[in-house]
Design a protein around this ligand. Structure first.
Ligand SMILES: NC(=O)c1ccc[n+]([C@@H]2O[C@H](COP(=O)([O-])OP(=O)(O)OC[C@H]3O[C@@H](n4cnc5c(N)ncnc54)[C@H](OP(=O)(O)O)[C@@H]3O)[C@@H](O)[C@H]2O)c1
Length: 229
């Protein structure tokens, strides 16, 4: 909430009002817990999201439920085009099924729309959407990542992994709170891709396992796993 009459020495102010501490644009004072920051509207939204993620991060392991991201990515982190996958790797789909069966899977609305079978059977399908009218038999919905995580934790069994299955916008929002990454590395580049996986920062993620490459007639791929340091 903006603070109209907040006196704080840490915030920078001019005679016409506070200026954003990030971009120097005109802003307002906002309170975050015990602290106060001068921010413009854009950076207030960004900071609010960061604060929410920080809160989730500190509470995420309370119930011992790991949040795992599963994705297949090309050489340039490409994952999709025109709301479809860029490749067809039957063995990878089998592995995906094996890892996610009986678990809660969280996905964005576009990925849900792209599924050949809706919902994915024998899994709790939780779709994140802004669309209040979204409805599909056998599918749960959440309107934010925070509520999706809360819901998934309540729905999953003790010590069970929760899987984030895409797509690009969902991976971007979850990578900071995830504990593990299951990445199928496709050793090809796809110039016409339009959706990408975020950069896997090696200062944050430790490679915990990787397989030898597998050759499918037209595609080379391998499986890697990362754990958060
Ligand atoms: N290679 C892989 O492993 C893999 C895996 C999965 C998907 N994919 C590919 O990824 C592409 C789809 O990814 P995408 O980024 O376009 O879409 P997406 O992440 O699947 O879904 C985006 C939609 O999710 C909703 N959403 C996202 N964040 C939200 C939030 N914080 N609160 C409320 N709703 C939120 C919004 O729905 P509204 O429209 O309702 O606002 C948004 O339009 C496809 O090409 C798919 O094939 C690849």
């Amino acid at each position: 909430m903006p603070l109209k009459h907040f006196n704080n020495n840490h915030a920078s102010t001019q005679w016409w009002g506070p200026i954003c501490s990030i971009c120097n644009d005109i802003g307002q004072l906002y309170r975050f817990g015990d602290n106060c920051k001068a921010l413009c509207t854009k950076h207030y939204k960004q900071e609010s999201l960061n604060q929410k993620l920080k809160k989730l991060k500190t509470t995420k392991n309370k119930k011992n439920k790991m949040i795992s991201i599963i994705a297949a990515i090309g050489k340039n982190n490409e994952i999709g085009r025109n709301n479809e996958l860029l490749w067809y790797i039957p063995e990878d789909l089998k592995r995906f099924k094996k890892l996610t069966t009986s678990k809660v899977i969280i996905m964005g609305q576009k990925t849900f729309e792209s599924l050949p079978i809706k919902p994915l059977p024998n899994r709790i399908n939780l779709v994140i959407t802004n669309d209040r009218k979204f409805k599909h038999e056998g599918v749960l919905k959440s309107y934010s990542i925070e509520s999706a995580v809360k819901r998934a934790k309540n729905l999953s069994k003790k010590d069970e992994e929760i899987f984030i299955i895409g797509g690009g916008s969902i991976y971007k929002q979850f990578i900071d709170i995830a504990d593990k990454l299951y990445i199928t590395e496709v050793h090809e580049s796809y110039e016409d891709a339009d959706t990408f996986f975020p950069v896997i920062d090696k200062d944050i993620w430790r490679l915990s396992s990787s397989t030898a490459v597998t050759f499918q007639p037209d595609i080379i791929y391998s499986y890697t796993e990362y754990l958060k340091k």
